[in-house]
Design a protein around this ligand. Sequence first.
Ligand SMILES: [Mg+2]
Length: 263
Amino acid sequence: MPLAANPRDFDGYLLDLDGTLYLGPDLIPGADRALASLRARGARVVFLSNKPIATRRSYARKLTALGIPAAEKDVVNSNLALTRYLSREHRGARLGVIGEQPLLDDLLGAGFEVVDDPVQVDVLVVSWDRQFNYEKLCFGHDALRAGARFVATNPDRVCPMPEGVMLPDCASMVGALEGATGRRVEVWAGKPSRLMGEMALERLGLPAERCAMVGDRLDTDMVLARNNGLASILVLTGCTDRAALAASEQKPDFVLESVAELG
Ligand SMILES: [Mg+2]
């Protein structure tokens, strides 16, 4: 049960980005004022993204440019959560990576060796890769058949908004490899995992019961709240409308038309 009776009264907020604070290139009207108001009241905020093809620094810059000052350390994404998981559970492992440069940079930055020979792969890391092709499918297949562990960044599909276009992303690459090998991915590091929630709470320095997750998705943001003991605040500016909410088993603690209502 959430500690606060009012969604404005939490001490910490985990905030989703696309669909919550902005829609594509555009700020959600009033999101900047709401964040300024939360901060002025002493609340701490951290920003969460499941999109593995951009860096945390680029999100911090985008938020700042939209009027929500943010530093790189204020952003937790699925690449960082996966890197943290591997550092904790598979230190020194040789990695095979199907993914893009921001993920590779995080893994190399954490000291991991990335190898091209599938039989040398201790852990196969699969993410959204817009250069995915048959050669990469074979690489992943061979690594998994040779016994590599199998981990991935984010389980959610790209939400078809605001352009209305659905893109094949990380889950599609994982599906191809699962189909090819009969193996199942062992760990998803992004939302709604506990890994992601733990990292965000560490960043806030607050216990879960004093914090709320604010997001537009039921299957990631609201499930992350439940998985991590956080209050859940759904906003209706992104993926989820009232019909989808009514049809879902997920019942957020609070439903707001927009994050602007937190101001
Ligand atoms: Mg979102």
